[in-house]
Write a new protein. Structure first.
Length: 151
């Protein structure tokens, strides 16, 4: 098992329990939601962060637009007695993502071969094509360049 596969497996194990859909971002953003739940005004949060009330309002707006900086979120969280939790969570698993990409690349590689074979009336069955895709994909999974776009 190569290093990338080991790393994928370890990360998949760690990320398996995280379900982003179970903790959606509040409509007005986490800073405002937590601040209001604590009964803290923007002025009070600003004082705790060492910024103005207007800066807190600007932070809340930038969070809503998804343009806030992570260090700002971290400072706001700390000022409210919270921790910032940050993760990139795959929609499926990292392994499934890599396997899917390898199969996509294998299909692309075989597409031109299949086209020429049909022109020469030597096409392969769908079952044989599926086997070839699986074999090529298995070989591509552990190679560099899997994510390189065709040039």
């Amino acid at each position: 098992m190569n290093q990338s596969r080991i790393a994928r497996h370890r990360l998949d194990e760690r990320l398996r329990t995280i379900r982003p859909e179970e903790i959606p971002r509040p409509h007005r953003g986490w800073i405002r939601a937590v601040r209001e739940a604590l009964g803290m005004s923007a002025r009070e949060l600003g004082r705790r962060m060492g910024v103005t009330q207007q800066s807190v309002v600007d932070f809340e707006r930038s969070e809503q637009r998804s343009t806030i900086r992570l260090d700002t979120l971290e400072r706001a969280a700390a000022a409210m007695g919270c921790e910032l939790v940050y993760a990139i969570v795959p929609r499926t698993s990292l392994e499934e993502t890599v396997q899917g990409r390898a199969r996509e690349m294998a299909r692309r590689l075989l597409a031109s071969v299949e086209h020429h074979s049909r022109l020469e009336d030597q096409s392969v069955s769908d079952a044989d094509l599926a086997v070839q895709i699986d074999e090529i994909a298995a070989d591509l999974v552990d190679r560099r360049g899997l994510w390189r776009d065709s040039e």
